[in-house]
Write a protein that binds this ligand. Structure first.
Ligand code: G4P
Length: 192
C-alpha cells in the first residue's frame, strides 16, 4: 500500500533496537482518515475470501481491525493479554512471548466468540518475529474455525516472522514491508 509507505517515510522514526515508532498515526495517536484507507485496503485484499469474523489482539491491533470490520461489514473479536499463568473459564488461550518486550502473556479469547463455523481473518499492527500472529492462529485452530489469512499494517521483514509464516503455507499480507531501516533511511520490499 503506497500510502502506508509514504506515511512511514514522513512520520516514522527509527529507534535503536530495530524499533519503528509510528505513534503519530498508528499506535498512540490514530489518524482516523488514514485508518479508513487501511480498512478499505484490507477489504480489497480479502473481498473474495468469505471471512465471517476479524480477530486481533489488544491494544494497537484494535483500531485497524475495527476499520477493516467497518469496511467488510464484519464483527471484530480482540484477544486479551493476561499476565497471570492461571487462566480459567470457558476460554481459548495460548502463551505469547514478546521478543520486543521480553515478557510472556497468555492470550485469551472467550470460546463463545469464535465457533467452528467461522472463517477468521487475523489483523494486527506490527508483524515482527511473528509471535502474536502465531498465537492468534493457534486460537483459531483451537476453535476449529477456518483461517482466511493474516494482515499486518507494518511488517518488519528483517525479523523474519512473516516469511516463516508464509513458508508454513499461511496467507500473510502486509500493507508495507520494511526490509531494512537505519538512521539513513528505510527500504521497503517491492510489492506492487
Ligand atoms: P511479534 O508478535 O511479531 O513476534 O512481535 P514482538 O513480540 O517483537 O512485538 C511485541 C510488541 O511490540 C507488539 O505490541 C508489537 O506490535 C510491538 N512492536 C514490535 N515491533 C515494533 C516496532 O518496530 N514498532 C512499534 N511501534 N511496535 C512494535 P504489543 O506489546 O502487543 O503492544 P500493543 O502496542 O499492541 O499494546
Amino acid at each position: 500500500m503506497k500510502r502506508m509507505e509514504e506515511m512511514i517515510l514522513s512520520e516514522g522514526k527509527v529507534l535503536p533496537g530495530g524499533v519503528l515508532k509510528v505513534g503519530s498515526f498508528l499506535n498512540q495517536q490514530v489518524d482516523t482518515n488514514f485508518m479508513r484507507e487501511i480498512g478499505d485496503e484490507i477489504a480489497r485484499l480479502y473481498k473474495d475470501d468469505g471471512a465471517t469474523k476479524i480477530l486481533t489482539i489488544e491494544s494497537s491491533g484494535i483500531p485497524i481491525a475495527i476499520s477493516a470490520g467497518f469496511a467488510m461489514g464484519l464483527p471484530v473479536v480482540y484477544a486479551k493479554k493476561n499476565k497471570s499463568s492461571n487462566v480459567s473459564g470457558d476460554v481459548y488461550y495460548t502463551p505469547v512471548k514478546s521478543f520486543t518486550h521480553g515478557d510472556t502473556n497468555n492470550v485469551v479469547v472467550a470460546k463463545e466468540y469464535i465457533s467452528p463455523e467461522d472463517r477468521v481473518l487475523i489483523v494486527d499492527d506490527f508483524l515482527a518475529h511473528g509471535s502474536a500472529l502465531t498465537g492468534l492462529i493457534d486460537i483459531v485452530d483451537q476453535a476449529g474455525a477456518a483461517l482466511v489469512g493474516c494482515v499486518a499494517a507494518i511488517e518488519k521483514g528483517f525479523q523474519l516472522g512473516g516469511d516463516k509464516l508464509r513458508e508454513q503455507g499461511y496467507r500473510v499480507e502486509s500493507l508495507a514491508i520494511v526490509d531494512e531501516m537505519t538512521d539513513d533511511g528505510i527500504t521497503f520490499r517491492p510489492q506492487y
